[in-house]
Design a protein around this ligand. Structure first.
Ligand SMILES: *Cc1c(COP(=O)(O)O)cnc(C)c1O
Length: 489
């Protein structure tokens, strides 16, 4: 069978034909400036509609997704997102609204955005939000620009951002990109911020501490009030990477922890499918003292109307075209309004219980790197496999054979052979039991047949690949040997 859609191409084959044109066509060169015209036709496959449907359906069947598999990818909150949210976001009144519609014609949507800002304020305890940033990392960048603007307004030149060693890689990247110097804080033996270490590093040059709570080990920073107070004593702000808000809904407000500003990852916590790399939304919330630095335009009410306020004297300016990824914002709004306060709290409680259940169940096989209860995720160490020459990477590949997407591996960097597991609240006890059983089975296989584990996966269309080569020279051809095995599986 022809494997690639390009190989199925037959000259002249079409999916859809328009009736013959009954007006005299004008040459395209009259309509589009010469320099924008192609010299050669694009290299596109010529196929029927059915060819296209089969191509994409087949590709989707080769994939792992939350709709087909448990997807315990730590730090990513790959939970099931109710289809209701997608359905409402795709209503033509939202989906077909043009961003250049004047505000007078989009009052309903603006009201939704305004209410979403207020809901996020209530959930986090912050004073104001911008919905513009398109992802968590862009939220971080926005937050760091606000931190810079705040210190500048106070006529202070502060150039350092303190970041714990367990932080997500985007934290130091965003700080460096914003022109700050990054200083790493070593965690203590419990995997938490070491308050003594923090005190030693706080100086008149520190612009902010950037922390994650619960941190990337799934542990709550118990000294958070002392940490934020200490930073404030030294004139430093506290930025919270709020990607782990999934553990706190209805339980704790970052504003009450003394956090000055944060980003939320709506695509994680507030229900937008995000496995394919986007779109997302990373709204930034700030305390009252930072509100004037938020990006413009800001949504305001004038009487009963919503209007855009384009200018702000101290604003850092625009960070996204129009008002962000509105489809994601609509989903988050529907999700929050559907669940309500009590429902959101149950989300976090169930996510925490599921993670602790799984952690306890796996304790004898792959113990957590740090003992004690976790929040919505935990980091297990698979270093016991090393005695058999098997790595966390091999175990992750073998898990695919058992029908589970692999957890996040080798992150955070502070844990040897790390498996960062986030089961989420949407998985059942039966699924968690099956996942634990698969990992226990893999631990046995590592002893009895380590070579087999090292070569996994065996039941997928594509077997172990050279990761670098696969990324640099992708070969999308169907693996016939694998296909047979896949069909059997
Ligand atoms: C996902 C994540 C980010 C980055 O968010 P993106 O939306 O992927 O840019 C930052 N920090 C933590 C802890 C995360 O889990």
């Amino acid at each position: 069978m022809k494997e690639l859609i390009f190989e199925r191409s037959v000259a002249g084959r079409r999916g859809y034909r328009l009736p013959p044109c009954d007006v005299t066509p004008r040459p395209v060169a009259e309509l589009i400036p010469e320099e924008h015209l192609r010299q050669h036709a694009p290299h596109l496959p010529e196929v029927s509609e059915l060819d296209v449907v089969r191509h994409y359906t087949r590709l989707s069947q080769l994939n792992f997704s939350v709709d087909t598999h448990c997807y315990p990818l730590g730090s990513c909150t790959m939970k099931y997102n109710p289809k209701l949210n997608d359905r409402i976001a795709s209503w033509s009144r939202f989906a077909q609204m043009h961003p250049l519609h004047p505000a007078s014609c989009s009052q309903g949507l603006l009201r939704l955005l305004d209410e979403l800002e207020q809901l996020l304020c209530e959930i986090t305890g912050m004073a104001a939000f911008t919905l513009q940033p398109a992802a968590g990392a862009q939220g971080e960048l926005t937050g760091l620009k606000i931190i810079r603007a705040y210190h500048r307004a106070k006529r202070r030149a502060r150039t350092t951002i303190l970041i714990p060693d367990s932080a997500h890689g985007t934290n130091p990247a965003s700080a460096a990109l914003s022109g700050f110097r990054v200083v790493e804080l070593k965690s203590n033996a419990q995997g938490l911020i070491d308050v003594g270490e923090l005190r030693r590093h706080l100086s008149h040059d520190v612009a902010a501490l950037m922390l994650t709570n619960p941190n990337t080990l799934g542990l709550f920073e118990r000294d958070i009030l002392a940490i934020t107070a200490l930073c404030h004593e030294h004139g430093a702000l506290v930025y919270l990477d709020g990607a782990n808000m999934h553990a706190l809904l209805g339980l704790v407000k970052p504003g009450e922890m003394g956090v000055d500003l944060l980003q939320l990852n709506l695509h994680k916590t507030f229900s937008t499918p995000h496995g394919g790399g986007g779109p997302g939304a990373g709204p930034v919330g700030v305390a009252k003292a930072l509100e004037e630095f938020l990006p413009t335009p800001r949504l305001r009410t004038r009487g009963t109307r919503y209007v855009w306020e384009e200018r702000g004297k101290r604003s850092i300016g625009r960070v996204h075209a129009f008002y962000g990824n509105v489809g994601v914002l609509v989903r988050a709004y529907v999700y929050i309004r559907t669940l309500g306060k009590a429902g959101l709290e149950r989300v976090s409680r169930a996510a925490i219980i599921n993670a602790n259940y799984l952690m306890a169940k796996l304790a004898g096989t792959f113990p957590a790197a740090f003992p004690g209860p976790c929040l919505h995720e935990f980091v297990a160490t698979l270093k016991s496999l090393k005695a058999h020459g098997v790595t966390a990477w091999d175990a992750a590949k073998r898990l695919l054979d058992y029908g589970f997407y692999a957890p996040t591996v080798y992150f955070p960097l502070t844990v040897e052979e790390a498996f960062m597991i986030e089961p989420t609240e949407t998985e059942s006890k039966e699924t968690l039991d099956a996942f634990a059983a698969a990992l226990q089975q893999i631990a046995e296989e590592a002893k009895s047949d380590p070579e087999m584990v090292r070569q996994a996966p065996h039941r997928l269309p594509v077997h172990r690949v050279d990761d670098v080569k696969a990324a640099r020279e992708p070969n999308l051809r169907w693996d016939v040997r694998g296909h047979k095995q896949f069909a059997k599986f």
